[in-house]
Design a protein around this ligand. Structure first.
Ligand SMILES: [Zn+2]
Length: 93
């Protein structure tokens, strides 16, 4: 947990942090915190799962910031669809 990449979403910088999950319900693979501008992902996932999880959290943030009110299932579908057509981070975590 020594490398903290930054991803810019709608002009706001979010820090991507890998760490062990907290014991809260919605902390499966990742979560986003728009107060601290952080995307937190579970430590120890393989590269594909990490990137797909970050994409999922990015979609959550876009949904919130743009008032889309996307439901979890829709976000899961967009995550899978976008990842399948080649979405990847510019840099490896
Ligand atoms: Zn979600």
């Amino acid at each position: 947990m020594s490398y903290f990449p930054i991803i810019k979403i709608l002009g706001i910088e979010y820090t991507i942090i890998e760490r062990q999950p907290f014991h809260i319900e919605d902390y499966d693979m990742g979560m986003s915190d728009s107060i601290r501008n952080e995307i937190i992902i579970r430590a120890g996932m393989n590269q594909d799962t990490k990137e797909s999880t970050i994409l999922h959290e990015v979609i959550h943030i876009l949904s919130d910031k743009m008032g889309l009110s996307l439901e979890e299932n829709t976000i899961n579908c967009l995550e899978s669809g976008l990842y399948s057509v080649g979405y990847r981070l510019k840099e490896k975590l």
